[in-house]
Design a protein around this ligand. Structure first.
Ligand SMILES: [Mn+2]
Length: 352
C-alpha cells in the first residue's frame, strides 16, 4: 500500500475533484495549456486530488484519461473517498455507473464495462493516500499526522488502501459488537427511527449513535485522510436526507505546520454562489473565507474543490451549472484557474 508518495518536482497544476465531469476536465486542461496527451510546453505536470468519479456523466472517461496520464508519468493522483467507495463496491448516491451498471437505465451516466472495471480497479489500488515534497503537500481531505503514523506500521502488510480500511473497520466492528454498546444503540435507534428521515422533526442528540458515528470516522485513519475529521454536533442537523449526529471539523484551524497543503473534498463555493447543491454536509465550513484565499491557523491550506460535482443536480433541476466549477491551483504561481478560463491570484500561502 502506498501511503505518501514523493510529489513531482517543478511547476504543477493541482486539479480539484472532477466527479465524472469529463467535458469540464477537457476545458480546464486546455485553459491550463495541456495538449490532448497531457503534455505542457513548459513541462508542467498535473496532480489530481482524488474524487475523479461519480455523479457526473462520464466517470469512465475521466478515470481512463487520468490513468493514462499517470502511467505516462505526466500526472499523479491521490485517492479520495469516492475511489475508496468504488474499491469497496459500496453503492452510494452517484456511483451506479460502477456498482450497478445494469440498473442505470436511461440515467445520464455512462456505465463502466467489465474489462475497464478490472483495469480501473488495479489503477485505484495503486493510488497513494498523499503526495509530499519540501514545499507542498496534497491529500484528498485532511493532512493528519496521527493517521499517517497509524498507517505507517500497517502499510507494508497491506496490498492496497482498501486492505487498511478493512482492518480498521473490522476493529471497529468488534468494539461495537460489545453487548453493553449494542443494548444502548438499540434503545437509541428505537427513538431515532420514527424521525430519522423526517426533516420536520428534529431528534435530540443521541450520545451512543453520535459516538459510534464519530469513532467509525475518526478511528479509521483511511477515513480521516480521505473524508476528514468529524465530531459530535451540539444539535443534530439535517443533511443528505437524514438527521446527522456528527459534523465536519475545520481541521485546518489546528494545522500548525509551515508546509502548505492542497485538498479537495469540501465543496467550496465559486464566487458568491449560494443557492446550489450545498445542503449535503451541514454548516458551511468556508463561511467568511473568500474563494481565492487560503485558510487555517497559518493560512496555508487551500481547497481546490469548487463543487463541479453539483452540476448533475443542477442539470436535473434545469438550473444553470455555471456556479459549479472545476478548478486547478497552479504552483509555484499560486493562481487558481477555472474550467471556463477565468484565473485569479490566490493569496500565497501564509501571506495574508
Ligand atoms: Mn471527497
Amino acid at each position: 500500500m502506498r501511503l505518501i508518495d514523493p510529489l513531482f518536482d517543478g511547476p504543477v497544476d493541482v486539479v480539484g475533484d472532477v466527479h465524472g465531469e469529463f467535458a469540464a476536465l477537457e476545458d480546464l486542461l486546455r485553459h491550463l495549456g495541456y495538449d490532448g496527451d497531457g503534455r505542457h510546453a513548459e513541462g508542467r505536470r498535473l496532480v489530481f486530488v482524488g474524487d475523479l468519479t461519480d455523479r457526473g456523466p462520464d466517470s469512465p472517461a475521466v478515470l481512463q484519461a487520468v490513468r493514462r496520464l499517470v502511467v505516462a508519468g505526466r500526472a499523479q493522483c491521490v485517492i479520495g473517498n469516492h475511489e475508496l467507495n468504488l474499491l469497496r463496491g459500496e453503492r452510494k448516491d452517484g456511483n451506479d455507473w460502477w456498482t450497478s451498471p445494469d440498473r442505470l437505465g436511461n440515467a445520464a451516466m455512462r456505465p463502466v464495462s467489465a474489462d475497464d472495471k478490472r483495469v480501473m480497479t488495479a489503477f485505484l489500488c495503486s493510488l497513494p493516500l498523499a503526495l509530499e515534497r519540501a514545499d507542498l503537500r496534497v491529500v484528498h481531505a485532511c493532512w493528519n499526522p496521527a493517521a499517517f503514523a497509524q498507517l505507517q506500521e500497517l502499510a507494508p502488510r497491506c496490498a492496497s488502501v482498501l486492505d487498511a480500511w478493512r482492518q480498521f473497520q473490522a476493529l471497529l466492528g468488534e468494539r461495537w459488537a460489545a453487548p453493553a454498546r449494542v443494548a444502548k444503540l438499540k434503545s437509541e435507534w428505537r427513538e431515532l427511527a420514527p424521525v430519522h428521515t423526517n426533516p420536520d422533526r428534529r431528534p435530540r442528540l443521541l450520545p451512543t449513535i453520535a459516538q459510534m458515528d464519530r469513532e467509525y470516522q475518526m478511528n479509521n485513519p483511511v477515513r480521516v485522510l480521505t473524508s476528514g475529521e468529524e465530531t459530535e454536533t451540539e444539535t443534530p442537523f439535517w443533511a443528505g436526507g437524514k438527521w446527522r449526529m456528527v459534523e465536519r471539523v475545520r481541521w485546518w484551524q489546528r494545522y500548525d505546520d509551515p508546509v502548505p497543503v492542497v485538498i479537495g473534498h469540501y465543496w467550496r463555493r465559486f464566487g458568491a454562489a449560494q443557492a446550489v447543491y450545498f445542503d449535503k454536509y451541514g454548516p458551511d465550513l468556508f463561511a467568511g473565507i473568500e474563494s481565492h484565499h487560503c485558510m487555517g491557523l497559518r493560512n496555508n491550506v487551500y481547497c481546490v474543490d469548487f463543487s463541479v460535482g453539483g452540476r448533475y443536480a443542477q442539470r436535473a433541476a434545469n438550473e444553470s451549472t455555471h456556479m459549479c466549477r472545476l478548478a486547478a491551483l497552479r504552483i509555484p504561481e499560486w493562481q487558481v484557474v477555472y474550467d471556463h478560463g477565468e484565473a485569479h491570484a490566490v493569496d500565497a500561502a501564509g501571506m495574508h
